[in-house]
Design a protein around this ligand. Structure first.
Ligand SMILES: *Cc1c(COP(=O)(O)O)cnc(C)c1O
Length: 374
């Protein structure tokens, strides 16, 4: 990477991160048995307004554990967005259940909540809600459907830690909610994640799954098979330091979003910009994403390539689940089509919008976009 390359994301690690890591090394507590793990679980679940927090080694396995803990299995159906990351769907297929897809909303890019009810069958067990990029899913409609049809809610809040829906914390809506602490998320542990729930049995089940389903009474004796999803004390130390600054981070994210909005306002005839808010939430701009309007004669792939040649890291939007070869090979989604998701997957991209970005870098990114799109 050249010296003046502007990466798509860089985290901010200038709080107590070093101090707490030093503490791990000085005390010798580096494994998952160390005290920062419990501290991160307690502090994070408190911020999220949940009874239990179970720290795990990444956000993907948090989703895996959620699906297993809810007892979802062979032949069960789980409704989820087609426009999302693969681990949402693989958590469902790995237990032999079937992901049932819903198209994206053209403006928020979230699962279109008005299309869900038509997908509910006798086999539907849960709705997997994924809050995409900066704006949360319209939860009132999800909660009403879950109640009406007796469905569980799995909430993937990885991209919207610190976001709220009508004043209520995102990550507090699922029977089980999951987050990721990957470095592009609002707080990071390098790799890491957390499972959140208010239900004692589900929490117990997730804790057990995380730790090979050891039973406390009889070591090395197993009634069920688990996994090693444990988070280390080193990761948790970073997380505790990061969490201390969550409010500042969220403020910064929103500031970056508003600044781009201002800088790029002259490109509205070329680019569909993210909504700054909806009736129920203010955009948190996890990433600053945009969609090329139909008259622009090239796709996102091309603009990402050109930005890259100019020293700017950009990324495409998600590629829809129903267009994944791996699922076609499994016989899934073969003749399904979701036009909104297909379009934004091809026309959408996001620009550098990590916590460490500077105003000068945002100006450079903006200038290049004007140049490329003029
Ligand atoms: C990042 C992310 C994940 C996965 O988290 P990892 O920690 O990278 O495994 C899951 N869902 C969404 C929506 C994400 O953005």
């Amino acid at each position: 990477m050249s010296e003046n390359f502007i990466p798509v994301n860089a985290p901010l690690l200038d709080g107590n991160e070093k101090k707490y890591l030093q503490e791990c090394i000085d005390t010798g507590w580096i494994s998952s048995e160390g005290p920062f793990v419990k501290k991160l679980e307690d502090n994070f679940s408190t911020v999220m307004g949940r009874k239990h927090g179970i720290a795990v080694c990444n956000g993907s396995v948090a989703l895996d554990a959620a699906v297993i803990a809810l007892g979802i299995g062979k032949g069960d159906e789980v409704i989820m967005p087609t426009f999302t990351i693969i681990c949402c769907a693989s958590a469902i297929t790995r237990v032999g259940a079937i992901p049932v897809l819903v198209d994206a909303h053209p403006e928020t890019w979230n699962m279109d909540v008005d299309l869900i009810e038509a997908k509910i069958t006798k086999k539907t067990r849960a709705i997997m809600v994924v809050h995409i990029y900066g704006l949360p899913v319209e939860m009132d409609k999800i909660l009403a459907l879950a109640k009406k049809y007796d469905l569980k809610i799995i909430e993937d809040a990885a991209e919207q830690i610190g976001q709220q829906y009508n004043g209520k914390q995102i990550g507090s809506f699922g029977d089980i909610s999951c987050v990721s602490f990957y470095p592009n998320k609002h707080i990071t542990t390098g790799e890491g994640g957390m499972i959140l729930t208010d239900n004692d049995q589900l929490a117990e089940k997730c804790r057990s799954l995380r730790n090979l389903c050891f039973i406390p009474e009889k070591r090395f004796y197993h009634e069920e098979l688990g996994y090693n999803y444990r988070m280390t004390n080193l990761q948790a130390a970073l997380g505790v330091a990061q969490l201390e600054r969550l409010d500042t981070f969220i403020e910064k994210k929103r500031k970056v979003g508003r600044r781009y909005e201002e800088l790029l306002s002259g490109l509205k005839d070329k680019l569909e910009m993210p909504l700054s808010n909806t009736a129920y939430a203010e955009n948190i701009y996890w990433v600053y994403g945009m969609v090329l309007r139909d008259h622009v004669p090239f796709n996102a792939e091309e603009i990402i390539k050109r930005l890259g040649e100019n020293g700017i890291g950009a990324r495409p939007f998600f590629w829809c689940m129903h267009e994944q070869p791996v699922f076609h090979k499994m016989g899934l989604f073969k003749n399904e089509s979701y036009p909104v998701g297909e379009r934004i997957a091809r026309r959408g991209f996001y620009i550098p919008s990590g916590l460490a970005i500077t105003d000068n870098e945002m100006r450079i990114v903006s200038d290049k976009l004007y140049e490329i799109l003029k």
